[in-house]
Design a protein around this ligand. Structure first.
Ligand code: PEP
Length: 261
């Protein structure tokens, strides 16, 4: 099947790193001075909510976008939701995109489909883009249930009322849970097949989702990124551990975009 051209992305998910604001600002400064002017796509970093304002300030006048890792399920912009940050608050401080449904949030916070739907709707209502993370566990992978799991996770998009108005604000990140932070990566051919299926499934929801970038995430680093980038079906990478060292992240990003040229 011929694939339409999609936007290309390299995204760094800093998770709950680094341990201090000073270190986060240093990392941002080091990434900012790397020259990304030649790249044919977008680079984004996603710090903790605590460091977000400072990193948005650091990245002013650079090619690097800044997003957040989560937004609250509540559509209230303020209120009694201890520990939560609303999509409106995230947008107001300058975040452009948010992760939704990262496997660490699904497992440590038991995020339900209902909550994920609410989060996506809140993000869209407030002008944030959504990187929807999906992925199967090792058990599902070994039982050949990957596609069923992914379709179920993607099916929440059918419930998003404002989807048609936000087609350019959606990215899907396929992250096999067993590949995250483990150093184990699937074969590129396997990822390709999964991405084709994701693409097909998205088209059953809305034909215009043909343009939705589909990223791979899970133990991507500067050494293996070229293999992923060679595939026409991999529109970007979502990177955890390897996004925390500026020169490695920069080299990963440059290799990715150079291979895509
Ligand atoms: C992630 O958590 O989104 C991720 C891909 O992590 P890592 O690159 O460390 O596997």
């Amino acid at each position: 099947m011929q694939k339409v051209t999609k936007n290309k992305w390299v995204i760094g998910n800093w998770k709950s790193n680094p341990s201090s604001l000073e270190q986060a600002k240093k990392l941002a400064k080091e990434i900012k001075v790397m020259n990304f002017s030649e790249i044919n796509g977008q680079i984004m970093v996603m710090p903790t909510s605590l460091h977000l304002t400072a990193i948005i300030d650091e990245m002013q006048n650079s090619e690097v976008l800044v997003g957040c890792q989560d937004v609250s399920f509540t559509s209230d912009s303020v209120g009694a939701y201890t520990g939560d940050c609303s999509a409106e608050q995230m947008q107001a401080i300058g975040a452009k995109w948010t992760l939704v449904g990262h496997s660490e949030r699904r497992s440590y916070h038991q995020e339900s489909d209902k909550q994920l739907i609410a989060k996506i709707e809140n993000a869209f209502k407030n002008g944030l883009g959504v990187v929807l993370c999906i992925g199967e566990t090792l058990e599902h992978y070994e039982k050949n249930q990957t596609l069923n799991v992914l379709q179920k996770q993607l099916s929440i998009l059918k419930e998003i009322k404002q989807l048609a108005d936000n087609l350019d604000r959606l990215i899907v990140a396929y992250e096999p849970v067993w590949a995250i932070g483990t150093g184990k990566v699937p074969q590129v051919a396997e990822v390709e097949n999964v991405h084709k299926s994701i693409n097909d499934y998205l088209l059953t929801i809305n034909n215009d989702l043909a343009k939705t970038p589909i990223l791979y995430g899970g133990s991507v680093n500067a050494d293996n990124v070229e293999n992923f980038a060679k595939s026409d079906w991999i529109d970007g990478v979502l990177v955890g551990g390897a996004s925390l060292v500026a020169d490695k992240f920069a080299s990963l990003a440059k290799t990715f975009f150079a291979t895509k040229k």
